[in-house]
Design a protein around this ligand. Structure first.
Ligand SMILES: *Cc1c(COP(=O)(O)O)cnc(C)c1O
Length: 500
């Protein structure tokens, strides 16, 4: 590993570091705070500044490395090997094999690709269309994978009041055409853990692989009980029939964005995630993940963070999660008009209107999120959804609790309770808040909002009226709202200056 001193800076060009970084600082001024626990989604703040600094230094150390070829850059294989070994240990799969990917979506995509290619190999010449079977609460990444990989998706309703999956309904549907069944530990929307043992057992009998999506729980649930959080239903490689698990290092692994673990119980399935090609005139290609040339920075950062924390460190951080989540749940339980949906295991909580109290005392969860935001904490609204059996998952507000939440718990619970006071009895956008609140006030006589107009407003005020957007999603056909959001995002990200 030699760092040759580079050539002296050419005299005809100098890098104006300060000016460029000043502009970046100005851009960053528009961002939501990534640290401090005031944003309860997207960011996972350990509260340990030294850990962030370590990650940054590790990333810098490999800045110029190309992860494409671990034979040229063996540090990539060594770091990845350490992370896979760590995954084997905490997920109880002593023989599991796999990879570090760029994130949860890529891990899920590769789990689906491996299952699809294995299915094709086992069904040569079949004219059946392979499909993947999912609970309604499975992450959008699986729909995306099916879209990219041209698979059908069979979505199963969950109990709308508890978020739990009736395993029997789903397992009866496992057949020849099923390439993969997915369960979550836990599912992102409500933090509820699917009945992994029931589904995986039935899948094994049917000869169908079973992926456990532990993208968000994979570095929480292994430590939950040791951290005082109580028992966790079986969900990892100890469960017969579990064939692969995804666990994001860039969520509760506390690594910077760009890293997730994907492990397979079975070597055959693992090999099917690769793409290899020798039939072109260039270098032989062997890609274990989606990208070709790839940065090693997030791998090194994740490796450094997990190495520094080790199991003891994760247990210590999970203790803070346990305390903070219990306090949040107790707080919501004490608020008239709101309730926690189901019985989440881990540090995610979804809050819905309590329909057991008179309407005048109910709290619309999206109006509540707005009121809580005015009191200094950003929560995440989730739209209502009508399932294929006609039942409705109610609109909710999601809280991702992180270790830093523990240090802010008095302030946060005061904001949660006060926010409910502010909006109790008020009807939410789209009326009622039920899943079938079509024709509510948002679309109204004005018709569809113009996505370009929405984007302009969001860029100018730096804020988007998410409550209105969520109500629209509940009201419009899903394909229409999805297309509208594409237009919105494309407009939002268009260049803002003539030319830099
Ligand atoms: C976050 C998440 C994903 C997708 O992960 P990204 O890292 O955002 O790509 C998949 N499944 C679950 C359960 C998640 O929480």
């Amino acid at each position: 590993m030699t760092h040759q001193p580079g050539p002296a800076t050419p005299a005809d060009f100098t890098v104006d570091t300060d000016a460029v970084l000043a502009r970046l600082t100005a851009y960053r001024g528009h961002d939501a705070p990534t640290h401090g626990g005031r944003v309860l989604s997207y960011v996972y703040d350990s509260g340990l500044a030294a850990l962030d600094e370590l990650a940054a230094r590790a990333a810098r150390e490999v800045q110029a490395v190309n992860g494409l070829d671990p034979t040229t850059f063996p540090s990539v294989a060594l770091m990845e090997g350490d992370l896979v070994a760590f995954g084997r240990c905490i997920l109880h799969g002593p023989d599991a094999v796999g990879s570090v990917t760029s994130g949860g979506t890529e891990s899920c995509l590769l789990a689906v690709k491996a299952a699809r290619d294995t299915w094709r190999e086992r069904h040569p010449g079949s004219t059946a269309r392979p499909r993947i079977v999912l609970p309604q609460t499975a992450h959008a990444a699986f729909h995306k994978a099916a879209h990219y990989l041209d698979l059908d998706v069979d979505v199963f309703p969950v109990d709308p009041t508890t978020g739990t999956l009736p395993a029997g309904d789903l397992t009866r549907r496992l057949d020849e055409a099923t390439a993969l069944v997915v369960v979550s530990a836990p599912a992102y929307p409500h933090g509820v853990v699917d009945p992994v043992a029931d589904v995986a057992g039935a899948a094994q009998e049917a000869g169908v692989p079973c992926h456990v999506d532990a993208c968000v729980g994979g570095l929480v649930l292994p430590f939950w009980e040791a951290a005082g959080g109580g028992p966790v239903p079986p969900w990892d490689f100890r469960v017969p029939g579990v064939s692969s698990i995804s666990a994001d290092l860039h969520k509760y692994g506390y690594a910077p964005k760009g890293s997730s673990l994907l492990l397979f119980a079975d070597r055959g399935l693992d090999r099917a995630r690769y793409f290899a090609l020798t039939g072109w005139p260039g270098y032989p290609v062997v890609n274990p993940t989606v990208l070709g040339s790839r940065s090693a920075t997030s791998l090194a950062a994740a490796w450094a963070v997990t190495t520094a924390l080790g199991e003891q460190g994760y247990v210590a951080l999970t203790r803070r999660l346990v305390a903070a989540t219990a306090a949040v749940r107790a707080c919501v339980d004490g608020i008239v008009g709101l309730r926690v949906l189901g019985d989440p295991v881990g540090s995610l909580v979804a809050v819905v209107a309590d329909e057991d109290v008179p309407e005048a005392e109910q709290v619309d969860p999206h109006l509540w999120a707005g009121a809580v935001q005015r009191r200094g904490f950003v929560l995440q609204g989730q739209p209502a959804l009508t399932q294929s059996d006609g039942t409705g998952i109610p609109r909710s507000t999601h809280l991702t609790v992180t270790p830093v939440t523990a240090g802010l718990i008095d302030e946060l619970t005061e904001a949660l309770a006060g926010g409910a006071e502010d909006v109790r009895g008020q009807a939410g956008a789209g009326s009622g808040g039920g899943p079938d609140a079509a024709g509510g006030g948002v679309v109204g006589s004005a018709g569809l909002p113009d996505p370009a107009e929405l984007a302009r407003a969001a860029r100018e005020d730096g804020e988007l009226d998410l409550t209105a957007v969520l109500a629209l999603i509940e009201t419009l056909p899903r394909e229409v709202s999805a297309r509208m959001l594409v237009d919105f995002m494309a407009e939002f990200t268009e260049p803002r200056v003539e030319s830099p």
